[in-house]
Design a protein around this ligand. Structure first.
Ligand SMILES: Nc1nc2c(ncn2[C@@H]2O[C@H](COP(=O)(O)OP(=O)(O)O)[C@@H](O)[C@H]2O)c(=O)[nH]1
Ligand SMILES: [Mg+2]
Length: 215
């Protein structure tokens, strides 16, 4: 006798790609996200954001108020005194925040995690993200790429932000970018001005190619 027909297994839900945006405090991570949101939404990407702050929800509140994204699509993780711990050693809180957003928004394609801001040694756990950006800024000094911190070396895309400030802080921008490219070998480097939006489309291109598999 034939086995009784059982119900077809429920297909596993599609999961959103997860990317990290790390880098020192003030380098322009939130400003870059504020530019990336409309750029990616304009390309039809369904996205949500998890921010990490030390002991507040400042960045999450800023994004929720921005009018750029449904406030319910922004979650905050309070990272405490060691912002790298929650993105590297024990990313449980961030994974849970991401899972929560995925549960609320079916069809979510991209989750962006902003780190709480840390030094040049901070990196993301690959348990948390599939791909990550490290943001440094021109005003932080043109010697940053030379210092070869793990963030600068290991990220999938290095973003050198605040290009507009180079003449004001005596930084040779082409020289800084060349040094960054030398330090990273084959890995990409992008230059942005998150104030004006210059260079942000190229960052969105890199995200789409790397984790959304769109050209
Ligand atoms: N001139 C200039 N200022 C920027 C740029 N990106 C960010 N900022 C400013 O730098 C400060 C820190 O930016 P924020 O995004 O909060 O940095 P985060 O701590 O890395 O998230 C803010 O006052 C921003 O307006 C940029 O490309 N050019
Ligand atoms: Mg921020």
């Amino acid at each position: 006798m034939n086995a009784p027909v059982t119900e077809l297994p429920t297909p596993l839900p599609a999961t959103a790609a997860r990317i990290g945006i790390g880098g020192p405090v003030g380098s322009g991570k939130t400003a870059l996200i504020e530019r990336l949101i409309p750029e990616l939404q304009g390309r039809g990407v369904d996205l949500a954001v998890v921010t990490n702050d030390l002991v507040t929800k400042e960045d999450a509140e800023r994004l929720r108020r921005s009018g750029l994204i449904d406030p319910a699509r922004v979650e905050a993780v309070e990272a405490g005194a060691c912002p790298h711990t929650v993105i590297r050693e024990d990313p449980t809180l961030n994974i849970a925040a991401g899972d929560d957003l995925e549960g609320k928004f079916q069809g979510l394609q991209l989750l962006i995690f902003e780190s709480g801001g840390d030094n040049l040694a901070s990196t993301f756990s690959l348990d948390l993200v599939d791909w990550w950006i490290f943001v440094i800024d021109v005003a932080g000094g043109d010697d940053i790429p030379r210092k070869r911190g793990p963030g600068v070396l290991r990220c999938d895309l290095l973003v050198v932000n605040k290009t507009d400030l180079a003449p004001h802080v005596g930084v040779d921008l082409p020289g800084m970018l060349a040094e960054a490219r030398r330090a990273r070998g084959d890995k990409p480097v992008a230059a942005t001005n998150a104030r004006s939006g210059e260079g942000v489309a190229a960052v969105a291109d890199a995200i789409c190619r790397a984790v959304l598999f769109t050209p």
